[in-house]
Design a protein around this ligand. Structure first.
Ligand SMILES: Cc1cc2nc3c(=O)[nH]c(=O)nc-3n(C[C@H](O)[C@H](O)[C@H](O)COP(=O)(O)OP(=O)(O)OC[C@H]3O[C@@H](n4cnc5c(N)ncnc54)[C@H](O)[C@@H]3O)c2cc1C
Ligand code: SF4
Length: 495
């Protein structure tokens, strides 16, 4: 993947479309159609603005990409999708130019297509199993399912044709949803559809969970999320913001005193992990969570409009190799750091971040130090960060995760001068709910345990998303919300 200007991609797609005759194509010829690259902002320009990096397909590109699908009878791609979207179905409708039908097919299984089309790790889900990618021996050349999904979802929103689901007659039952991330939003919509009163509790002042405070504007514009939330409000879901369940009200208060018939917990995994090394408490060391929340939710990237303090220093180190690390590094560049270094203890090949995000970060000028990990954060003597002492690593045998284990090379210490450090080492679940509701069982990582219906060990209480799975993905959290909603609807219908 190398940067190609958007106008060039559009021109190439137009010329190709004029040449191709899809009606007469055999599958072998269809597989030779080149995959359409995503147009994006020019790297040097986007590295200093907060607008979305990927610009979305041109209509000609959508046609070509959707026609790349072989319409396989067994559709292996569907097995790779956590919510089982009818992928060949929506691609066929998109290829025919019937975008409404295409988005309607997606919405039978997924409530947030404009979001999933942007942030789903498609290359490890649907695209991994796609026949085209398998035939070309490169999953990056599979049909770009998510990009077509994004196009039809955007088309629906931009043409103002977003449809609202039907709501069943009122049942007189009331359900509380705790947390407004993808799990909570999906559960709220599905339970509301069944005619129950739904109240959504959110600790923050804004709805959306990690999609609003974690994933940056340049990957997922907040206006898109706001539109989805608006739909939820139009369905009649009531919202209680700045409401911390466990503190403001306990689960037992909601059930026993406030008249709720059932609860769904979708509180996510928002507790940042640290390395527990010397110097981690110095001024200038942040968790990626705090850094991204200040930037996203409190709009620190608009110093003229929001005076949220944010400190990047001139040289920033981001520790970690996942999507969170990529987001923090790219955000640091956008809010003022002059040089940003990603420090990762394995090699590029083992990085858990999406390939596309790594390439985008590299294009924007982020430096990568592989096979390196901090040993301690060094102080300037006045309580501020002055650098990090690191160790070099080599790869040993594979560990439980299947990736080769990083092994520190003794005596390889060296110092990198830095004035800020962002720890992006993953998240754990916040213990507030389990500490204030002793009936709720959790596993050794503090994640709530549920049965196959999404039910917790507490009567009438269900859970799903990152609080159950540990840090996972938007689409998996949505799937969990949907499963629990189905169980809650069944429970309430039986009474
Ligand atoms: C920086 C970052 C980048 C990511 N990038 C991607 C990506 O590209 N693709 C992808 O698929 N996934 C990505 N993820 C993971 C994905 O965002 C999560 O898996 C998903 O959001 C989990 O959804 P959830 O509904 O379980 O919880 P969350 O999204 O975490 O939402 C939980 C909500 O509950 C609220 N809450 C917590 N406790 C309480 C309480 N006691 N009372 C009331 N409200 C409460 C929180 O404030 C929050 O709003 C990323 C995560 C991060 C942190
Ligand atoms: S596997 Fe690929 S080619 Fe086959 S139906 Fe799915 S998207 Fe189309």
């Amino acid at each position: 993947m190398t940067y190609i200007p958007a106008e060039k991609l559009e021109q190439e797609a137009k010329e190709l479309l004029d040449k191709l005759d899809f009606d007469k194509m055999k599958p072998r010829e269809r597989m030779q159609i080149p995959m359409q690259e995503m147009p994006s902002q020019e790297p040097a320009v986007r590295a200093k603005n907060i607008e979305e990096v990927a610009l979305g397909y041109y209509e000609e590109q959508v046609k070509i990409e959707a026609e790349r699908c072989l319409q396989c009878k067994n559709a292996p791609c569907i097995k790779g999708c956590p919510v089982g979207i009818n992928i060949p179905g929506f691609l066929k409708a998109a290829a025919e130019g019937d975008y409404q039908k295409s988005v309607d097919i997606i919405k039978e299984s997924s409530m947030l297509p404009a979001i999933c089309g942007r942030v789903c790790p498609q290359e490890t889900q649907c695209m991994e199993l796609c026949t085209v990618g398998k035939g070309l021996k490169d999953k990056d050349k599979s049909v770009a399912i998510g990009r077509v999904e994004r196009f039809v979802a955007d088309w629906e929103r931009e043409t103002g044709k977003m449809s609202l689901p039907e709501i069943a007659p009122a049942t007189g039952k009331k359900v509380g949803i705790v947390g407004s991330g993808p799990a909570g939003l999906t559960a709220a919509a599905d339970i509301r559809k069944a005619g129950h009163e739904v109240v959504l509790f959110e600790a923050f002042h804004k709805l959306g969970g990690v999609m609003v405070y974690g994933i940056p504007e340049f990957r997922l514009p907040k206006a898109i999320l706001d539109k989805e939330v608006e739909n939820l409000l139009s369905m009649g879901v009531k919202i209680e913001k700045n409401f911390l369940v466990g503190r403001t009200r306990k689960l037992s208060d909601l059930l026993e005193k406030d008249g709720y018939d059932a609860l769904f917990i979708g509180t996510g995994a928002g507790l940042p992990n640290f390395m527990n090394i010397e110097g981690e408490n110095l001024v200038g060391v942040f968790s990626a969570n705090e850094f991204l929340t200040r930037a996203n939710l409190m709009k620190a990237y608009t110093p003229d409009k929001a005076d949220t303090p944010i400190y990047t220093g001139k040289k920033t180190a981001v520790i970690g190799g996942g999507n969170v690390a990529m987001d923090a590094a790219r955000m640091a560049l956008r809010v003022g750091a002059e040089e940003v270094y990603v420090i990762y203890r394995r090699t590029e090949k083992e990085m858990p971040a999406r390939r596309e995000e790594v390439v985008h970060a590299q294009e924007e000028g982020i430096h990568f130090n592989f096979l390196t990990n901090p040993k301690r954060v060094i102080s300037d003597g006045k309580g501020h960060v002055a650098g990090i002492e690191c160790l070099r690593y080599e790869l040993g045998e594979p560990d439980d995760s299947g990736r080769r284990r990083p092994v520190a090379i003794e005596g390889s210490e060296f110092v990198l001068e830095m004035d800020s450090v962002i720890m992006a080492l993953g998240n754990s679940s916040n213990p507030l709910i389990s500490q204030t509701a002793k009936e709720i069982s959790v596993n050794k990582w503090g994640n709530i345990t549920v049965d196959e219906d999404g039910k917790t060990s507490m009567d009438r209480v269900y859970a799903g998303g990152d609080i159950v799975l540990g840090a996972a993905t938007v689409i998996l959290a949505m799937g969990e919300g949907r499963r629990a909603a189905e169980s809650i609807n069944k429970l309430l219908a039986s009474e």
